[in-house]
Design a protein around this ligand. Sequence first.
Ligand code: COA
Ligand code: ZN
Length: 278
Amino acid sequence: MKSSLLTSNKLSPSTKYDIMIKKCDICLMKYNKLDPVAAHRHKEFHDVQTKGLKWAVSNYLKNSKFALKPLNSSLKNSRGTRDIFQMLSGSQHHQPLTPENSQRSTNFNPQEDSACGEYIIEIQKENVQEVKLALRLLDFVNEELTAPKDENDFWISGNGKCFVFIKDGRAVGVITLEDLVSTHYTMKWMILSTKEIVEHVNPRFLAGVSRIWVSKQYRRNGIALKLLETARRSFCFGVELKPLQIAWSQPSESGSKTAKKFNSVLHKSGELLIPVYF
Ligand SMILES: CC(C)(COP(=O)(O)OP(=O)(O)OC[C@H]1O[C@@H](n2cnc3c(N)ncnc32)[C@H](O)[C@@H]1OP(=O)(O)O)[C@@H](O)C(=O)NCCC(=O)NCCS
Ligand SMILES: [Zn+2]
């Protein structure tokens, strides 16, 4: 038995460690596989990392007091995902958010739209259950990014917004954006290739991406770009932000690649720059 093996004095400490500690090849979590609590924690983390967090949409449907507020329906349709993105990013199919069509949210028929299985919601801070789920999702995100956990809830107090991408009953993507207008953050351009900061220029950006995350199984399907587009159009009621008014906070490797596509700018030196804040 493994436990008796572990107490054996014949084993070196590193062999004992190897027997106990497993690193999952998929979610990369290291855990003590002999500890049931750790194994359970891994299962939970692994599930969210790969497939997203179960989002109890059906409960909301049964209980009408939890109204879902869809911002965009990026539906699987015969036109394919490229067109879906065009729909969100300004083709003829796109309708800018206006009081009239944002009003549609109250007429939204969750049953009908959720049949398509894919949509983005803005978390409503008065919806306690939704807020709780979003915070739980952000805890998993922080765990993957090894980011501080105390930066999760600024959007609840009205200094930003949180949008969640739901697919087939799971939250598979999330973005939190903070309002930078009345903050004292330092805002700069960052050279994408070297990660160096351009020192002597002091741009001002309006909103900052605090967190953005997509579950592993759905990466490279344009979900992050859809979240960014939705946030850009809906962050400020009645005003669409321009991509270059949105900055990144300590972009990760994949975050930098997304930023390159979403809002990089070519400097005359030939370098690509992205907006950052810290
Ligand atoms: C960053 C992240 C949110 C991107 O999500 P995503 O849904 O896969 O991104 P998209 O599919 O919308 O990518 C849009 C474009 O960004 C670029 N891109 C994004 N991730 C990339 C990667 N890993 N490698 C190369 N290019 C990438 C590509 O140009 C891509 O377009 P393409 O697929 O047509 O080539 C996701 O990788 C993630 O959750 N990473 C872990 C958390 C994290 O690091 N968050 C960023 C913190 S700043
Ligand atoms: Zn795992």
